[in-house]
Design a protein around this ligand. Structure first.
Ligand SMILES: *[C@@H]1O[C@H](CO)[C@@H](O)[C@H](O)[C@H]1NC(C)=O
Ligand SMILES: *[C@@H]1O[C@H](CO)[C@@H](O)[C@H](O)[C@H]1NC(C)=O
Ligand SMILES: *[C@@H]1O[C@H](CO)[C@@H](O)[C@H](O)[C@H]1NC(C)=O
Ligand SMILES: *[C@@H]1O[C@H](CO)[C@@H](O)[C@H](O)[C@H]1NC(C)=O
Ligand SMILES: *[C@@H]1O[C@H](CO)[C@@H](O)[C@H](O)[C@H]1NC(C)=O
Ligand SMILES: *[C@@H]1O[C@H](CO)[C@@H](O)[C@H](O)[C@H]1NC(C)=O
Ligand SMILES: *[C@@H]1O[C@H](CO)[C@@H](O)[C@H](O)[C@H]1NC(C)=O
Length: 537
């Protein structure tokens, strides 16, 4: 999977636009909307403690060192007395989070409160590795509890030398308010729960506060809100394919694979995963899916709808339409509607991700069954993310056990678990559990999470919705109004869509504008109580 970059389950694929090159610097304290999107931030390095829990046997042999943790800060709106907004980096480089300071949620909050914004890169990502390789032993300190302890220690010791007068802005003497989206949102919630005496408040956006072994629910919002004709066609094609597998029609399966140009993939689950790239699939994909839709296309992609357009094209070329009949003999002569458009789309948009001379079946492309590849201990965000999945987070995307499916049922949780086994053989001190130990993650509260000055904001069309505060599996909170957490569910929104901004809240579409106004009000009301909180500590 050479071309994959840092893409991982919980993280949206960065669109070409979102990662556009940014060259100007923060030399001017520039509030001009036109140039904020071009701001760049010099890297700063914080001496972070490798092991925050010297007495916990989980971390024997007790590394006593520190490592350089990268942070970036924006003080263009800062005025003395303003708060610090700590953007939690999560499972990617800090640099790839800059848009949050430039034009996104941190910009919005800084402007409203004269605040300073800082991005702290997650340990074991970007340029913040404690060790020069990622053996199983060296990964032992990549845990949720160490990561959230970093946040508290950083807030108590961070310096911002370029702010006029180099003031002491550490917590709790200054109000620190965290923000995180996705996995970082969960880390935000956990940080406020554990270190609420230091960290004043936090907004957890699309935060998976509950995790599972299998997560077929990832597909539910697509099944529910996707174009119904497109969804029905994919469901039927998946059913038909799974029937071929069930009946072991080997040559028909080969024929089906060849329609997509993927006959050389030997593992059926790699094949099933690859043709799911446009929809979303377990582990890795490098195309845009439902998750990458965005209220503003500058920050996302509408590829999902182009894909559906091909699957439902009422007027396809004859050469495409005839493929609908390729396997009709296995369904009593009934064509597999949309199969031609589906296969054609995959050939044109997915296969080119693996240009010659690469082998389609190798790990450099779509195969995932080379154990040697997984065993490579070089540092990298993908390896770090998989380690967290294998040890604490699980949530392997798989096909649902009942009901319609957008992913072939050949893909189960064992698919991802197999990578864990290959990637992380037992070390001298550390080994991974047989299946993810999600108790490490859920010990902070599960669905009943509630903490003063911790707000949850989610989107009802988010593929990760069912792990968040607003999950369909969360207990009904209607009967205890006022007792739950401060929370907001954005109708029509996807994965942490509130992170994005356009430097003018009043010009945003209504559903995002009102979510941002709620976040601004919420933070301002917390800040009004800060002196009282500080005096009472
Ligand atoms: C670890 O144990 C030592 C010795 O019992 C104690 O002095 C120290 O405070 C403990 N550290 C933490 C972080 O609990
Ligand atoms: C990695 O670090 C170890 C110990 O700190 C050192 O012995 C080794 O040479 C380093 N390897 C590389 C590739 O820098
Ligand atoms: C601080 O200012 C110096 C001198 O202008 C500059 O070189 C450096 O990049 C700045 N650092 C930050 C974090 O803004
Ligand atoms: C499926 O068919 C192939 C080829 O005909 C055969 O080798 C294999 O054993 C069959 N598998 C099952 C589960 O029947
Ligand atoms: C099919 O997909 C291509 C590539 O994304 C897109 O340009 C085209 O508009 C789609 N066709 C239809 C009928 O939607
Ligand atoms: C398996 O991966 C290793 C390491 O990336 C590579 O050197 C080897 O060529 C791969 N083997 C196959 C059969 O692709
Ligand atoms: C999308 O974002 C861009 C860049 O900030 C902005 O120019 C444009 O007006 C936005 N469009 C909408 C519909 O918000």
């Amino acid at each position: 999977m050479r071309f994959v970059g840092t893409v991982a389950c919980l993280l949206a694929v960065a669109s070409a636009n979102a990662i556009r090159d940014l060259r100007t610097t923060l030399a001017t304290r520039d509030n001009d909307p036109g140039s904020r999107a071009q701001l760049t931030y010099p890297a700063n390095y914080f001496d972070q403690v490798i092991n925050h829990f010297p007495n916990n046997s989980r971390y024997a042999p007790y590394d006593k060192g520190t490592f350089k943790q990268t942070y970036y800060y924006d003080y263009s709106y800062y005025k003395p007395g303003g708060p610090v907004f700590l953007y939690i980096g999560g499972e990617t480089s800090g640099r790839s989070r800059w848009s949050n300071l430039q034009t996104g949620i941190i910009q919005i909050l800084m402007q409203e409160t004269n605040g300073l914004g800082v991005i702290l890169e997650n340990r074991y990502y970007g340029t913040s590795y404690p060790f020069n390789d990622s053996t199983t032993d060296h990964l032992a300190y990549l845990t949720t509890e160490q990561t959230i302890a970093d946040n508290a220690y950083f807030a108590q010791n961070a310096v911002f030398p370029n702010v006029t007068g180099n003031p002491d802005l550490t917590a709790p003497g200054t109000p620190w308010i965290l923000y995180g989206g996705s996995l970082a949102g969960a880390q935000t919630a956990f940080s406020i729960k554990e270190y609420g005496d230091v960290l004043y408040g936090g907004i957890a956006s699309s935060a998976p506060i509950v995790v599972t072994q299998a997560y077929p629910d990832w597909y539910d919002p697509i099944q529910k809100y996707g174009p119904t004709d497109c969804i029905a066609r994919i469901n039927a094609i998946v059913d038909n394919f799974d029937a071929l597998v069930r009946d072991n029609y080997t040559s028909a399966i080969q024929h089906f694979q060849s329609l997509f140009g993927l006959e050389s993939l030997t593992a059926l689950r790699d094949f099933a995963t690859t043709i799911n790239y446009p929809i979303g699939n377990p582990g890795f994909y490098s195309t845009n899916t439902w998750q990458e839709l965005n209220w503003n296309s500058t920050y996302g992609s509408n590829d999902f709808f182009a894909f559906c357009g091909n699957v439902t094209d009422p007027d396809p070329p004859e050469s495409v339409r005839e493929l609908d009949f390729a396997l009709a003999s296995y369904t009593n002569g009934t064509p597999w509607d949309g199969l031609g458009g589906y296969a054609d789309y995959v050939k044109k948009t997915v296969l080119p991700l693996c240009p010659p001379p690469y082998e389609l079946d190798s790990n450099d492309c779509f195969g995932t069954h080379n154990a040697t590849y997984w065993a490579d201990t070089a540092n990298g965000g993908t390896r770090s993310y998989i380690y967290t999945s294998c040890t604490e987070q699980g949530t392997y995307i798989s096909a649902p056990e009942t009901g319609p499916s957008l992913l072939s049922r050949v893909v189960d949780t064992n698919y991802a678990q197999q990578w864990c086994t290959w990637a992380f053989p037992a070390g001298m001190y550390n080994s991974i559990p047989l299946t993810p130990d999600t108790t490490q993650y859920e010990k902070y509260g599960g669905f009943d999470f509630s903490q003063p000055r911790l707000a949850f904001i989610d989107g009802d069309q988010d593929v990760w919705l069912d792990l968040t505060y607003h999950s369909n599996f969360a207990p009904s909170r209607a009967d205890k109004t006022g007792q739950g957490a401060e929370s907001y569910l954005i109708t029509g929104a996807g994965h942490h869509w509130d992170s994005y901004g356009i430097l003018d809240v009043s010009a945003e579409p209504q559903f995002i504008r009102e979510a941002h106004r709620w976040e601004i009000r919420t933070v301002k009301s917390w800040l009004r109580d800060y002196e009282e909180w500080k005096a009472a500590r």
